[in-house]
Design a protein around this ligand. Sequence first.
Ligand code: PMP
Length: 421
Amino acid sequence: MADPAHIRDDFPILDREVDGEPLVYLDNAATTQTPTQVYDVFREYYEEYNANIHRGIHGLSHEASVAYEEAHERIAEFVGASGGLEEIVFTKNATEAVNIVAYGMGMQEFGPGDNVVVTEMEHHASLVTWQQVARRTGAEIRYVRVDEEGHLDMEHAAELIDDDTRMLSVAHVSNVLGTVNPVAELADLAHDHGALVFLDGAQSVPNRPVDVDDLDVDFLAFSGHKMCGPTGIGALYGKRHLLEEMEPYLYGGEMIRKVTFEESTWEDLPWKFEAGTPPIAEGIALAAAADYLDGIGMEAVAAHENELAQYAMDRLAERDDVAVYGVPRGEERSGLVAFNVDGVHGHDLSSVLNDHGIAVRAGDHCTQPLHDRLDVPGSVRASFYVYNTEREVDALIDALEGARERRDELVASDRFHDRFA
Ligand code: PMP
């Protein structure tokens, strides 16, 4: 089991105050904090071997190239990609990873008569991107329903996925509902019809063991900044033969093998998809983040988050003015809880919480269609990570009491039904 008391020592930022109140950081589904072990690696890169990779034969460039390549290997291992470095493309974030496949495959190959199946709980990163693929290619986009308890309607999924489905794109874990989707089952369903599976792992890779070979997904996207790594780095996993067949999405230096005035050929995987100078320090630090998380153990991370989420659900259930969304109390969920307090606008609520040093997020969390489906203008989301404690959940609940006391004043703002993006 993760031991936050010990882990917190690795995160100096958690000792800071916000307007005189100790920071209670519950915005981890947006971005996690970074442990010293990770930014030490970042600093070491700049202090000792900062250089551009692959082009130079000088010592620093060689060291940077080796470290950058090893970082790909490490990330392959972290997500169970048996093909190693060739199956891991470093990107700016999860969003870019989706776009690489959307442009490199969807926009090139899909057309009228084809369909792409996504779910109602998708983040805009994939929903908007596949919507554009459909719009530009004439393919149809289909949405798998989410039921009242935040589960995918699997019968509906089975109805929607047919022999014309080219891609099923699904979030492993919902960033609002806490749902952990049955990926292996969905992958079987899609593969039975010859469709590919794109897994959005932005909320799962940081929070639970993910093994692409076991799950048998064709692509996986995730971001470093949600898993103790730096911003500006994410990754795309793709099965080797698919990446080999796919067109690059960005062109330029680093991704070519031979260029003439007439034509160009592409580098081997994964470099074909990493045009220009890549995020070298960030990639190396991402591998350090994987080391850090494996040091705790991904099973322990998941168990800790689930435990805190259950505790938060129990505490929120004590209140009669709180609506919680997603999977019911007692059922496994990822470490986040989205809710609303009756009659209080989410921005007002998060502002009251901020007065207590508590960082949460209020808005649609890049899932506007899902919030339309829930019939609420937005929600407040508390999300937990390895360093959070039950005491911090208690602080959240106590601060909600403060919001209740100020409700008349807050309701007076009369904007509860305004969308809060
Ligand atoms: N998918 C999901 C489920 C997410 O929660 C997020 C981040 N909010 C993303 C994709 C996109 O991540 P990024 O903004 O780092 O590209």
